[in-house]
Design a protein around this ligand. Structure first.
Ligand code: NIG
Ligand code: FE
Length: 389
């Protein structure tokens, strides 16, 4: 592939403090060179080496592509009416998931693949270059395995979420469903996934069931993630930290002991403000977590029920406004934080040798992502060195 230089970048965010100033490693009047799928060079614009082609950023800014470390994009059906009713006063309940399960089981493989590609493109246009996605709307051996087979053709970060809810046909025997998830379903799904996740919440899976699911996944070589403490206080975060899960997601209702456990452990706290926005729930307290020294990621949780946004800039802006994050913290959490939640060092920052995943913003500094909420500032996006938007 021909090499490309992007020059006259007013602000380049590297997320590498050794390359620039502050925790974001900001460089003013910078240039960046892409060769093949990697960043080859970063430095002062005046010193940019000769390349095959050249883009003049003309005072705009460049950031690492957003890393959306939590999404549910393998689904069919429509829940507009549920959202409409909720915004007219009805509370969010996990039971809505069953509606999407029925529609997803009825969909063809081609339909699921087409929708996934559609969301990937929608996300790329908003600066997202890596997205994790989960199964969890099939909930039979065949439907979960086919969702994951479809996902691995398009994505690297694929998560088995057979333990999303107990499906209606197992309502009277949840223990049998946990046996299915940890047995034949895991056998069929593990080869297609990198991660296993469980919805540990009242109305979904309790601590004992969640532990069984996570330990079975670990025994098959999968990394651990947990939907934890979303709808109320509960055992999910403590379990995630105890088992060394890579990420505990939602973290909306935390006790002091949960925060202390996260601070002492290795688990990233992934906050999903689209969910609180779309369910009119109180936002998680990012400030409390950051002040305690917890590593925080931001992600969309894009799904048809609790958070139907695919926009990382939207989540970042809400996190700044509502969750006590500074604009720099929210940008870090949306890029490097997401990479940490996925245990990746090749994405979420820009330095020689990292993947050339980056977004050019029509703004002199990425602070504008929060300063100008709702404005489409992403003007170009490269993923693995290829222009995707
Ligand atoms: O992350 N918490 C569980 N799962 C999703 C909701 C999915 C749905 O409502 O369809 C979530 O919010
Ligand atoms: Fe989720």
């Amino acid at each position: 592939m021909p090499s490309i230089a992007i020059t006259h970048i007013n602000t380049l965010v590297t997320n590498d403090p050794s390359l620039g100033s502050g925790p974001l490693g900001r460089i003013r009047d910078a240039a960046l060179v892409v060769e093949d799928d990697r960043v080859a060079w970063i430095g002062a614009s005046s010193r940019a080496p000769a390349t095959d082609s050249h883009i003049d950023a003309a005072g705009r800014s460049v950031i690492p592509g957003f890393v959306d470390s939590h999404a549910h994009l393998l689904f069919a059906g429509d829940r507009t009416a549920e959202f409409h009713a909720r915004m007219s006063g009805r509370p969010y309940e996990a039971g809505g998931i069953a509606t999407t399960v029925a529609a997803t089981r009825a969909a063809t493989d081609a339909e699921l693949a087409r929708r996934l590609a559609h969301f990937r493109h929608e996300m790329a246009r908003q600066g997202t270059t890596t997205v994790e996605t989960k199964s969890g709307y099939g909930l039979t051996v065949e439907d979960e395995a086919r969702a994951l087979r479809i996902a691995v053709r398009q994505l690297t970060e694929v998560t088995f979420l057979g333990a999303h809810i107990v499906p209606p046909e197992y309502r009277d025997d949840p223990a049998a469903y946990v046996d299915l998830v940890t047995g034949p379903m895991l056998d069929a799904c593990a080869p297609h996934a990198r991660w296993i996740d469980v919805f540990c919440e009242r109305g979904a899976f309790d601590a004992e069931q969640a532990r069984a699911v996570l330990l079975a996944g670990r025994a098959r070589g999968l990394g651990l993630r947990v939907h934890a403490n979303q709808l109320g206080p509960g055992p999910g975060v403590a379990l995630a930290v105890e088992l060394g899960a890579r990420s505990a997601d939602h973290c909306t209702h935390l006790t002091d002991a949960d925060v202390a456990a996260l601070a002492d452990g290795t688990t990233v706290a992934t906050l999903l403000p689209g969910c609180e926005f779309s369910t009119r729930a109180p936002y998680p307290d990012a400030r409390r977590l950051l002040d305690a020294g917890v590593v925080v990621a931001l992600a969309t949780d894009c799904n048809p029920g609790s958070s139907f946004t695919s926009s990382m800039p939207f989540c970042l802006a809400v996190a700044v406004r509502e969750m006590g994050m500074t604009p720099d913290e929210a940008l870090w959490s949306s890029t490097a934080g997401g990479a940490a939640a996925l245990d990746r060092t090749d994405i979420g920052r820009l330095a020689p040798g990292t993947r050339a995943d980056l977004a050019l913003l029509a703004a002199p500094d990425p602070v504008h992502l929060a300063y100008r909420p709702g404005v489409p500032l992403v003007s170009a996006v490269w993923q693995d060195g290829t222009r995707v938007a």
